[in-house]
Design a protein around this ligand. Structure first.
Ligand SMILES: Nc1ncnc2c1ncn2[C@@H]1O[C@H](COP(=O)(O)OP(=O)(O)OP(=O)(O)O)[C@@H](O)[C@H]1O
Length: 357
């Protein structure tokens, strides 16, 4: 592995091991306060863990254990951290902002300016070279910040929600630029956006309460999520239980049938999950005859417009499991749905994927 880290911080209830292969981009997903920024700060050298170790290639970033206290300062780590806000030097124009890294690393002024030109070109921002940060839009400033980070030739690029402060028009352009410049580069990107994970990352880690709760190739995590957090991001309902027959049995004894990968032989009693899209859920009033399987009594908590559909949010069973259904506005009006109402969700088993937890 080309980057390896293991760190723990008692104060923040943080305990993680992360590794990265050469040329790999890793996306970190997780709810607020989960420890995503903490992880980047530890890697960048801005926050010191109680114990742990990290290396990039053969180079040690830190080793903190009972016998050794080695801590490399941020500027010697070969990492560059890009924050939500561009944080450019306000008195320097874009070109000189980008030239700053190579200059501080000892490059001559002409060499630093040449490198700055190159990197501004890479992020489609050459025409912004003479502008001061106050004359740049959020998206333009963020592209210049990417060029500045890359001009320092980091071995590992750290991106903390780089699209978060941008409007919906600026984000796609920055995403395209990142896709190009992250190719064959080691990078870790913290994001709340599933599109960033799909477009930019080979692998995804889901972080909750300072721990990694799920990890794997991006498609696998987002299409066959095992954590409720990843399922929510991917827009899927997730029900957990134990494998039985061609589905799972939930803790409250409900049988939930679905489809599974033909290459996988389910073992009854094994922990399993069932994932299904909200569009596969129908809403009924009262009891449903004929198909007692795949049906949940639920209480509606919320109704909201979702594209040309109505998203019906509900809670089910003693664990108040959150489930949702997308139905047409006409169906919602015909059924007279309102928050607080008890209804039944029925799910087509052909649309349910069952796999091991
Ligand atoms: N400066 C700080 N001092 C002490 N505790 C902090 C500090 N910053 C964050 N924490 C705590 O550390 C934990 C992890 O926070 P962190 O900022 O890493 O989460 P995050 O996943 O980046 O969240 P968000 O998505 O909201 O940015 C939280 O419990 C948080 O309250």
């Amino acid at each position: 592995m080309s980057f390896e880290l293991q760190a723990s911080l008692r104060d923040r209830n943080f305990e993680m091991s992360v590794s990265l292969a050469d040329g790999e981009t890793l996306a970190i997903l997780g709810p607020n306060g989960a420890g995503k920024s903490t992880l980047l700060s530890v890697i960048a050298g801005l926050l010191r863990p109680d114990s742990g170790r990290a290396r990039i290639g053969g180079r040690e970033l830190f080793t903190l254990d009972a016998g050794t206290h080695f801590w490399s300062p941020p500027h010697l780590r070969g990492t560059a951290l890009l924050a939500q806000e561009a944080l450019l030097f306000p008195h320097l124009n874009a070109l000189n902002n980008v030239a700053f890294g190579p200059r501080s690393a000892g490059a001559s002024k002409p060499a630093a300016l040449k490198s700055a030109h190159h990197w501004l070109g890479e992020v489609d921002a050459l025409e912004l070279a003479g502008r001061k940060p106050a004359q740049l839009s959020g998206g333009q400033a963020q592209r210049v910040a990417v060029a500045r980070a890359l001009a320092a030739e980091p071995e590992l690029l750290l991106l903390d929600e780089p699209m978060a402060a941008l409007d919906i028009h600026a984000a796609p352009l920055l995403r395209r630029v990142l896709k190009r410049v992250l190719k064959d580069r080691k990078a870790i990107i913290v994001t709340h956006d599933i599109l960033d994970a799909y477009m930019l990352a080979h692998r995804v880690i889901v972080v909750e309460n300072g721990r990694i709760t799920e990890e794997g190739p991006t498609r696998q995590v987002l299409e066959r999520p095992r954590s409720h957090f990843a399922a929510g991001l991917a827009g899927l309902n997730l029900v957990a239980g134990t494998i039985s027959g061609d589905g799972i049995t939930t803790p409250d004894g409900r049988l939930f049938a679905g489809q599974h990968d033909p290459n996988w032989s389910p073992v009854p009693g094994q922990a399993g999950v069932a994932a299904f899209p909200p569009s596969s859920v129908s809403v009924f009033l009262g009891d449903v005859h004929g198909s007692p399987r795949n049906s949940f009594p639920v209480t509606i908590t919320d109704l909201e417009p979702y594209g040309d559909q109505i998203r019906v949010r509900a809670r089910s069973g003693p664990s108040a499991q959150a489930l949702w259904a997308d139905i047409t506005p006409a169906a919602s009006a015909d059924l007279g749905l309102v928050p607080g109402m008890d209804v039944r969700f029925v799910v087509k088993s052909a649309m349910v994927s069952v796999y091991p937890a």
